[in-house]
Design a protein around this ligand. Sequence first.
Ligand code: SF4
Ligand code: SF4
Length: 432
Amino acid sequence: MLRNDDRDGGPAPVGADLPAGARFIGREPGVGPGWLAGDPPADEDLSACVACGLCLPHCPTYRLTGEESASPRGRIAAMRAVADGVAVVDEPFAAFMDGCLVCRACEDVCPAHVPFGRMMEHARGQLTPHRGPLGRAIRWLGLDVVLPHPSLVRAAALLQPVARPFLPARIRHLVPRDAAPLRRLPRVTEPAGAARGVVALLSGCVQDRWFHEVNRATIRVLARDGWRVVVPRGQRCCGALAAHDGRLETARGLARSNVAAFGAVEHVVANAAGCGAHLAGYEDLIDVGLPVRDLMTFLHEEGRPPQRRRRVDPPVRVAYHDACHALRALGIHAAPRALLGEVEGIDLVDIAHGDRCCGAAGTYNVTQPELSDRLRDEKVTAIVATGADVVASANPGCTMQLVAGLRPAGFTGEVLHPVQLLDLADVTAERP
Ligand code: SF4
Ligand code: SF4
């Protein structure tokens, strides 16, 4: 840092005239950072926070606990203390970091544009030595071994009926009973008429096995809208869950595979909010990006054919759920509402406090059950109060979380991806 008054022909460092022993915030001379592994949060990211606290009221974990250590500012202060060598990566530090949903609400409202999501991923990368052997083994198996390999994800879906009774109750209630272990999406789907262009679909790992019909509906809607849809075979999990857990080498490997698999396509469309947000950050991770577009934004921005009537019959009341990674990380709000709003028979309603996280947050609903349940129950109460028949949710993690909360609350409707409603609207309108 430099100050403006020139002395001896040049600016003097800020603090040069402080009394001996006094210093500005920052690392003590001769003291190194307390990080345990490579790839820690970058100093320039940490120093971007001016501790103004404007993010605090928007942070779900701070709202529930009132603890500074459960706030964005507190978590950044903890990271900075380790970076400055005045604290170490220990159990309390791990608890502060693990307690974060990585919902990025703080990032969305931060006037200093602090890249909180990126910092948290790097901070979590430091926690592995503090996890017990079982926690380490489960994370390694799930995030480094199974999810990156489509054949193992398929095997997990195939074995699910046998394994289900032995799963912990919490996971059993979250994972949908029906999976599609053996179904494959068509490599190429031609549009109904002349092609407007080519779209490559990110099929996703969990999405393609447990929400396969969402991918089918996506392809049908895009093809009806005039797009040639390709599904590159070499694609793999986007790496979002690995990155959120700080497993950045796994995430980088997956990012490189996907960049190679998608090649030079004009548009990569993602229909899962978490995957879309992660793909949008590939350039941060490996310095190479993909031309990724969120499905609903893509349909809205490119324009849908005006000649088609869109209708659902019988009419339904639909509550739209904003996934944090759509609303906060990608800034998506109007597009899905506009698309659903133009369908005859859909009465679209907003959920009170719809910008609040539902508590799913990747693996958070398994690793942090207490806070996750409180957030889920708040969301469920708000949804039930809308009187909706259907909840529209564009993220598989949120969908699982909402279903797990809505069923015990007596909700008998469905939780569908918005593109399934658009597909239904096309089909219903096409009926004689
Ligand atoms: S993260 Fe942003 S909003 Fe929050 S305290 Fe830091 S500078 Fe302020
Ligand atoms: S990412 Fe979400 S939970 Fe984490 S500090 Fe920011 S607002 Fe709070």
